[in-house]
Write a protein that binds this ligand. Structure first.
Ligand code: ASP
Length: 311
C-alpha cells in the first residue's frame, strides 16, 4: 500500500514568553491537528480533505493566528486570508481580507469547488460564504485576550516610533499562521494555509498565505508546500512554487529542494521563513530560518513527531 503522510505547521518566527508559557498547549494543538488530517488519510480520504481538516482544527484553536485567535489590524479588527491547492487537478482557491467566516480555508475551498474564480476578497467573499451557508461568527469570537494584548503593546510601541512599515515588521517579528500538506493513498498531494496576518497591519493588507504559489502550492508532478513567515519577503520569493520549480526544472528530490531553497537560494533574505512539504511518495521535509517553527508530522511508516525549536 502507498505511504500516506501528513504535516502541519503553526507559524515560524521568534520565540516569545507567550510561546514558552503555552508550550504544552501548542504541542497538544499541533498533535491534534496532524491527527485530524491523518485520520482522513488512514480511512482512504483525499489529501485535500485532510489538509482542510487539519487547518480547520488550527483555525478553531485560539493559540494559533488563524480563525479564532487571529492577529488584529491597526483598527483592532480581524481580517483573514487563506488558500488551498489540489495537486491532482492543480486547481486552487483563495480568500483575502475576509471577516466573520469561522473557517476561512473552507471558504477558499468552496471558491475553488463552487465558483468559476479562484480568489475572492472582503465583502464579495463574505457574501459568497453567506450564500453557501458557511458558519459565520461575531467579531468577538475571533478576538482573544492575547491578540488584544499584542495589539495594545504594538500600538504603544508604534506611538513612540516613526519607523517605516517594512522596518517595523522586521523588528516586531510577530508571526503565526497555520498550514498543512498531505499525500493520500492515491499519491495525490494537497496544501492549505490560513492566517490572521501580521499584527497591527494596515487594514486591507493581504498576507502571502492566501496567494497561490506563495502560501500554498501543490502539484502531483512534484510536491505540496505550505509556508509561513514574513509575508512581504515571501511574496517576493514566491516561496512555495519555488520548491516545486527546483524539483521540476533541476531534478532535485524534495529534501534537497527545500534545503537548496532555504539554505542557498534564499539564505540572504532577512525575513523569517518556514516551509513544510511532502511529495507524492510520502517523503516529507521542513525548513525554517527562524528561532522556531511550530510543526508536527505523521506517516504510515511510523514517522511521527511534534517540534517547535530547532531540536
Ligand atoms: N505570512 C504571514 C503574513 O505575512 C504571517 C506568518 O506566516 O506568520 O501575514
Amino acid at each position: 500500500m502507498r505511504k500516506i503522510t501528513m504535516l502541519v505547521h503553526g507559524g515560524a518566527g521568534p520565540d516569545s514568553e507567550f510561546i514558552k508559557r503555552n508550550i504544552e498547549g501548542y504541542k497538544k494543538g499541533l498533535q491534534e491537528a496532524v491527527n485530524a488530517g491523518y485520520r482522513i488519510l488512514e480511512e482512504g480520504g483525499s489529501a485535500l480533505d485532510a489538509v482542510e481538516a487539519s487547518v480547520n482544527y488550527l483555525e478553531d484553536n485560539e493559540l494559533f493566528n488563524a480563525g479564532r485567535g487571529s492577529a488584529l489590524n491597526e483598527k483592532a479588527e480581524v481580517e483573514m486570508d487563506a488558500s488551498i491547492m489540489d495537486g491532482k487537478s492543480v486547481n486552487c482557491g483563495a480568500v483575502a481580507a475576509v471577516r466573520n467566516v469561522k473557517n476561512p480555508v473552507t471558504l477558499a475551498r468552496a471558491i475553488m469547488d463552487k465558483t468559476k474564480h479562484i480568489y475572492l476578497c472582503e465583502t464579495g467573499a463574505l457574501e459568497f460564504a453567506q450564500k453557501i451557508g458557511l458558519k459565520l461568527m461575531p467579531d468577538a469570537y475571533f478576538i482573544t485576550n492575547h491578540a488584544f494584548e499584542q495589539y495594545t503593546s504594538a500600538m504603544e510601541e508604534e506611538a513612540n516610533t516613526l519607523e517605516h512599515a517594512g522596518e517595523y515588521q522586521v523588528r516586531k517579528k510577530e508571526h503565526g499562521t497555520v498550514g498543512a500538506v498531505a499525500v493520500d493513498r492515491e499519491g495525490n498531494v494537497a496544501a492549505a494555509t490560513s492566517t490572521g496576518g501580521l499584527e497591527n497591519k494596515v487594514p486591507g493588507r493581504i498576507a502571502d498565505s492566501s496567494m497561490t504559489g506563495v502560501g500554498s502550492y501543490a502539484n502531483n508532478k512534484t510536491c505540496a508546500v505550505s509556508s509561513t513567515g514574513d509575508g512581504e519577503y515571501m511574496m517576493r520569493s514566491v516561496i512555495s512554487f519555488h520548491v516545486s520549480a527546483v524539483m521540476q526544472y533541476k531534478g532535485l528530490q524534495l529534501k534537497e529542494a527545500c534545503d537548496y531553497l532555504m539554505n542557498e537560494e534564499l539564505k540572504d533574505v532577512e525575513g523569517d521563513m518556514g516551509i513544510i512539504a511532502v511529495d507524492p511518495f510520502g517523503n516529507f521535509a521542513f525548513e525554517f530560518n527562524s528561532e522556531r517553527m511550530h510543526r508536527a508530522w505523521r506517516s504510515s511508516e511510523g514517522e511521527q513527531g511534534v517540534g517547535i525549536y530547532k531540536e
